[in-house]
Design a protein around this ligand. Structure first.
Ligand SMILES: CC(C)(COP(=O)(O)OP(=O)(O)OC[C@H]1O[C@@H](n2cnc3c(N)ncnc32)[C@H](O)[C@@H]1OP(=O)(O)O)[C@@H](O)C(=O)NCCC(=O)NCCS
Length: 167
């Protein structure tokens, strides 16, 4: 049985190992450590199978401004499912549970840089993100409003914190 729960300190080693195996490098594991260190974690969930971390998703505080107003937003990154457990719905559970938690915590929007054919099923839209000036562009850069109209406006900007600089 797979359960999805909020991260606890005892899961940290498993989270790092998971990202290393899923991404084939240590950039994402280090990103998680830097976001924790900088106290930017908005929500961090793990999927556990018999106590082992087989999936992880993290949301962190992100500075977003639209037409001069601050939007309380979160970045979705990183996210991974252990290769032998992929395509079994674990990622879907992590995204759905994570979005529900950040919505409950008052976040108005979520931004992701990821697979253009994966995140739209959760409501993420590249068209919505196109208005946001960011270090990224194109179909992989997507946004989702948790409060309808949160990103409405002529132009906006996203500033990623230094924690993202090494990824
Ligand atoms: C992307 C990832 C998190 C998805 O997790 P998952 O548990 O396999 O996803 P689910 O089982 O919930 O969903 C499976 C669906 O996602 C699609 N999918 C899985 N990996 C995908 C990928 N790399 N690109 C596009 N679609 C993908 C599958 O086609 C499947 O779609 P279908 O249901 O229409 O057939 C997982 O494949 C992973 O960890 N990949 C390596 C790390 C990574 O790329 N992380 C995301 C960075 S944005």
């Amino acid at each position: 049985m797979i359960v999805v729960v909020e991260e606890e300190p005892k899961h940290r080693e498993g989270i790092s190992a998971l990202h290393r195996v899923a991404f084939g490098g240590d950039g994402e594991a280090r990103l998680v450590e830097r976001l924790r260190r900088d106290r930017l974690v908005a929500a961090s969930l793990v999927a556990l199978a018999d106590g082992d971390v087989i999936g992880h998703i993290l949301f962190s505080d992100l500075a977003v401004e639209v037409d001069g107003r601050t939007v309380r937003a979160a970045a979705l990154a990183p996210m991974a499912v252990r290769p032998d457990r992929q395509r079994q719905g674990v990622g879907t559970r992590l995204v759905s549970a994570g979005l529900s938690i950040v919505q409950d915590r008052g976040y108005a929007a979520v931004v992701v840089l990821g697979h253009a054919d994966y995140y739209p099923r959760f409501g993420f839209s590249a068209a919505l993100a196109r208005r946001l000036a960011a270090p990224f562009s194109g179909d992989s850069f997507m946004a989702l409003e948790l409060i309808p109209g949160a990103l409405d406006g002529a132009s906006g900007a996203v500033s990623y914190p230094p924690a993202f600089e090494l990824t």
